[in-house]
Design a protein around this ligand. Structure first.
Ligand code: IMP
Ligand code: MG
Length: 246
């Protein structure tokens, strides 16, 4: 783990691009860690071990506290992939709040965007990457489900918590919808940001890691609903893709 553009990983002070995992980072051998037996043979390597995710999340919690501590916030967790990151982030914010002079009062709510679960991998690689306009069919097909009533976000400080920003299209749709209800503030925290070739790529306010343009699973990120029960963030192999293809 060294300088950016160098061997593998770089950390910039004050957040910046988060922990940058470069394209030539070989990852960690699966043999160095434990993971569920039912995934033996389905993964290529560990991209981010669970412990590093947790440690980085703690720092994001600190950054969030520094910026928006002393406010009441509504944490809006984007299901299903965001649930692990959201739970850990909220836990860290709670601990920091308890042990400091700054208090943050949190409500937690959940939304789900419908079109994810058709076939995430194909959706991500084909549809989204190749549709140039924002008002295209795939945008309109994305429906927000689950939040009791988005109008209760009016005047509130909202922290959206998401697992991964790829093209940024999903986040833009969600933001457009939430902005209609005129919250006082909206911040976005995403565990991962994928380096895509899109120049207009959306960048969240807080994020843990910038990763290569790879399909990743684990820590609640899925491939057709599988791998959410894997703690580490891993790269799936061809065998895994074939096994869980729908
Ligand atoms: P975007 O609209 O391209 O930014 O994609 C965002 C959504 O697609 C995420 O919230 C995920 O649900 C899904 N997604 C994108 N890349 C991956 C991946 O590598 N693994 C699992 N899900 C992904
Ligand atoms: Mg997601």
């Amino acid at each position: 783990m060294a300088g950016e553009g160098g061997s593998s990983v770089a950390v910039r002070s004050g957040g910046g691009r988060g922990i940058v995992i470069s394209d030539n980072w070989p990852g960690y051998s699966l043999d160095l860690f434990t993971y569920p037996q039912h995934y033996y043979g389905d993964l290529e390597y560990v991209l981010i071990p669970h412990g590093i995710i947790v440690d980085r999340t703690e720092r994001l919690a600190k950054d969030i506290m520094q910026d928006i501590g002393d406010n009441d916030i509504v944490v809006l967790c984007v299901l299903k992939g965001g649930y692990k990151f959201c739970a850990d982030l909220v836990e860290h914010i709670k601990n920091l709040s308890r042990n400091s002079e700054r208090f943050i009062s949190m409500k937690v709510d959940f939304v789900r965007l419908k079109s994810y679960h058709v076939d995430t991998l194909f959706f991500w690689t084909s549809d989204l990457m190749q549709t140039p306009q924002e008002n295209d069919q795939s945008m309109q097909d994305m429906q927000i489900m689950g939040a009791d009533d988005l109008s209760k976000l009016t005047g509130k400080n909202v922290l959206i918590v998401e697992d991964i920003v790829g093209t940024g299209r999903t986040m833009k749709v969600l933001l457009n919808n939430i902005e209609k209800y005129k919250p006082k503030m909206i911040k976005v925290a995403s565990l991962l940001v994928k380096r895509t070739s899109r120049p207009d790529g959306y960048r969240p306010d807080y994020y843990g890691f910038e990763i290569p343009d790879l399909f990743v699973v684990g820590y609640a990120l899925d491939y057709n609903e599988h791998f959410r029960d894997l703690n580490h963030i891993c790269v799936i192999n061809d065998h895994g893709k074939a096994k869980y293809r729908v």
